[in-house]
Design a protein around this ligand. Structure first.
Ligand code: NAP
Length: 435
């Protein structure tokens, strides 16, 4: 029988689905012990700090993660940072395979003038701020403006726009960070405008998320029906239309046509609006857009511009993987071939393929990487694993420690009618996890 040690770095969906695929691949002849290493004191990655609080159903996948964590041979080492507490080289020496499931945490930049003005934020800062990530509690967010602009036509832009546009009382029963909820309740924002640089037919939104918009109770959602009709005509001319695209356009048409409630909160989606410059005196006050058009299937700039006066801009234009000691980043991803980086080093999830796909996409992606790992395995290493690497004084939050944090958050939440109240302070998280 061959028993292998695998280290997974990053306790988000891609990390857990890698562990699950390893567990599923075990036979009488082949077994794995899995050590999952996580920088934060808490696991679950974007399920905890990315998924919008008003979409709690998506978070139920955490039940799957907890089941994986209960399997024999699985250990969690949270509050352990690669590159600081342990080196990648040491990890690779100790384990038969190391899988990086570290995601893409750096928000992409627009690269236009004014991007560094005050109150121009990246989704990479704003989303973890409202989701109680302990590193983002102090993000300076000023909601004292009537209009917010969200740049990007993807699901993250939509999450952010919803969070800003709905009545904050709708978030009372969610796990939105307490500091964010307090601020949202004082917000003067009544109009949120999502701006996509290409046409409706090119938008990265997905239909289920679009279909939710007309159901918002306290917000009217607007899309220009002409833009949708023109996009529909354009794609019909190109020949057969993919089902997902047809569904998207249909969902957008329903938004354009649905009866408005006449409420004072408004969310608008504009297309063919390419950000050109952000203006302001220290702080953002206006965004200038070039109006694009679609000509012969291509998106091109016109010589026309328009502007939106706004006191808050959030860019939601995708993410890049963060540089690691000695790891090459290519096109925002850890350089890899089908998940193989080199020798016994692998990568999965967003760090492997870029920031695309829904949570479930990581399941098949990670299963493929595990298949590759198994094909490449050699003689099992005789080594101690992570315990040989960590200083004896290092405080690790293990699965039991995480369960204590989890229970404490859930109990606090129950008293307040929420799924949980997330602890945002590193020290208190560690103290809860080691009590
Ligand atoms: P995304 O889906 O790739 O969307 C990024 C958007 O930013 C695109 O519209 C893109 O336009 C635009 N963009 C990029 N560079 C730009 C620039 N320089 N100027 C203006 N616009 C620019 O990324 P995301 O929204 O961050 O989402 C990441 C992944 O997570 C996606 O797969 C998404 O579906 C998933 N997600 C899913 C859910 C859910 O299922 N509920 C929620 C959140 C996120 P172009 O197309 O023109 O490049």
């Amino acid at each position: 029988m061959a028993a292998y040690k695998i280290a997974i770095v990053g306790a988000g969906p891609a990390g857990y689905f890698t562990a699950q695929a390893l567990q599923n691949a075990q036979t009488d002849e082949l077994t794995f012990t899995i050590d999952m290493i996580e920088r934060l004191p808490t696991p679950w990655g974007l399920v905890r700090s990315g998924v919008a609080p008003d979409h709690p159903k998506i978070k139920t996948v955490s039940k799957v993660f907890e089941k994986i964590a209960k399997e024999n041979g699985f250990r969690l080492f949270a509050n352990v940072e690669l590159g600081k507490d342990i080196s990648l080289k040491d990890l690779r020496d100790q384990y038969d395979a190391v899988v990086l499931a570290t995601g893409s945490a750096a928000g992409r930049k627009l690269g236009i003038a004014g991007e560094d003005l005050e109150n121009v934020l990246s989704s990479a800062d704003f989303v973890p701020w409202y989701n109680a990530h302990p590193d983002f509690t102090n993000v300076e967010v000023d909601l004292n403006t009537d209009t917010a602009v969200v740049i990007g036509a993807g699901n993250v832009a939509m999450d952010i726009a919803r969070m800003l546009a709905i009545n904050p009382s709708e978030l009372d029963s969610t796990d939105t960070a307490e500091h964010a909820l307090t601020k949202l309740k004082q917000s003067n924002i009544r109009c949120v405008i999502i701006c996509g640089r290409r046409g409706p037919e090119h938008a990265a939104f997905t239909a289920p998320e679009l279909r939710d918009l007309p159901k918002l109770e306290n917000t009217d959602v607007y899309i220009d029906a002409d833009q949708i009709n023109q996009a529909a005509l354009r794609i019909e001319q190109l020949g057969e239309v993919e089902k997902d695209l047809r569904n998207n356009l249909e969902a957008m048409r329903l938004i354009a046509e649905h009866d408005k409630k006449g409420v004072d909160r408004k969310l608008e989606i504009k297309f063919l609006a390419n950000p050109k410059e952000i203006k302001g005196n220290g702080k953002v006050s206006e965004v200038i857009f070039t109006i694009n058009e679609v000509k012969d299937g291509k998106v091109v700039a016109t010589d026309k511009t328009f502007s939106i006066k706004t006191g808050l801009v959030i860019t939601a234009i995708g993410y890049d993987a963060v540089e690691y000691q000695g790891i090459k980043i290519e096109k925002g991803r850890i350089a890899n071939i089908a998940g193989h980086v080199e020798h016994n080093l692998y990568v999965t999830g967003w760090a492997k393929r870029g920031p695309t796909g829904v949570i479930g996409t990581n399941k098949s992606d990670s299963a493929d990487v595990v298949q590759l790992i198994i094909e490449n395995l050699k003689e099992p290493k005789q080594s101690e694993g992570i315990t040989a690497l960590l200083k004896s004084a290092h405080v690790v939050i293990d699965q039991t420690g995480w369960e204590k944090i989890n229970a404490s958050e859930v109990i606090s939440g129950e008293l307040a009618g929420k799924p949980r109240i997330k602890e945002v302070d590193w020290k208190r998280l560690i103290s809860l996890g080691t009590s």
